[in-house]
Design a protein around this ligand. Structure first.
Ligand code: GRF
Length: 199
């Protein structure tokens, strides 16, 4: 059973999708062992507590933020780190330390509308401003380039006439993010599990 740490900053709907997927059996090769937020008030921490999962806050403003984060993740000896609505930019030292073990969910079809400054509603505002007919979500590995790591999974979502950024964000989360992130976690962890058991 692989151990997962989920890093959050906000509402935690992607975390909830992961926890629900553990319950429903979509995720059977892994378990969330800790949820870490960089923001005290993140509702994602409440979601973790309700699910009986360790919920930790390391405020992004703390001087030793990354050192504390690395220390906790090393102590837990996690197999996979999932950035789920996590807004802090991680240093190249951090991404090298956990090379190949960090994945992120981004609310667009990378390489569109990604990179520095593209997060949350801004992504959907840019998609609407450009007039794209299709957008969606991407799960990708995390390296030192913002949203630059290898793409793992994508799912397209239609942009509808009259869409506001908020409406589009909700549809992308519901129809794409909350579907491909749990599935990507299972796909990664089941392969690793098979390898470690020599299957
Ligand atoms: C979502 O738009 C997600 O794509 C992005 O952060 C936002 C909030 O996610 N990564 P969540 O509800 O906190 O999971």
């Amino acid at each position: 059973m692989k151990k997962i740490a989920v890093l959050v900053s906000g509402g935690g709907t992607n975390l909830q999708a992961i926890l629900d997927a553990e319950k429903s059996g979509i995720i059977k090769s892994a378990k969330v062992v800790t949820v870490i937020s960089d923001s005290e008030g993140a509702f994602a921490l409440t979601r973790a507590e309700k699910a009986g999962v360790e919920a930790v806050c390391i405020p992004k403003k703390s001087a030793d933020f990354e050192a504390r984060l690395i220390g906790l993740l090393d102590e837990k000896n996690v197999d996979l780190i999932v950035l789920a609505g996590f807004l802090s930019i991680l240093s190249s030292e951090f991404t090298r330390h956990f090379e190949g073990k960090i994945i992120n969910i981004h609310p667009s079809l990378i390489p569109s509308f990604c990179g520095k400054g593209f997060y949350g509603l801004r992504v959907h505002q840019a998609a609407l401003a450009r007039g794209v007919k299709l957008t969606g979500a991407t799960v990708h590995y995390v390296n030192e380039i913002p949203d630059g790591g290898r793409i793992i999974a994508q799912k397209a979502v239609e942009v509808l006439p009259g869409d506001t950024p908020e409406a589009l964000q909700q549809r992308v989360m519901k129809e794409a993010e909350h579907v491909i992130l749990p599935q990507a976690i299972e796909d990664i962890c089941s392969v690793d599990a098979a390898e470690s058991e020599g299957r």
